[in-house]
Unconditional design. Sequence first.
Length: 156
Amino acid sequence: MKLSTRCRYATLALFDIAFHARGQATQVRQIAERQDIPVRFLEQIFQDLKRAELVEGRRGRNGGYSLRKTPDQITVGDVIRATDGPIEVSFSVDDLPLEASASHPGRPHREVPAALWSEIGQRIAAVFDDFTLADLVARAEAAGLSRDEPALMYFI
């Protein structure tokens, strides 16, 4: 299983919102600068995240994107499904799925390995669902990453 660049960037973007935004909407440009992601590509990714109901967008002067759920409710598995589709693990193009092997009575020896691959795939999907954005934020805090403080504006 290989995660796409789209998925990795989406994870970075959602982590950025969870870590830096403090409940406020964050503009794509700010996330792109902090995470070194091309703005146009990030805008496309946010459309996927919006469709998956992981973020909501607001237009206007104070607009941007914010999380639709709390960071502890959004899993890495959710991000993968939003950007790459269902989590499927492929071990070999030679292995037939369990259902297909039943239609080939001369190949019963494939049923046991196919069932094993299926179970391993389900366990891998469960691991992705065990990690949340809150876990990423906690790791960042433990590593001593600093949050961007809003710049103070002085008027004279």
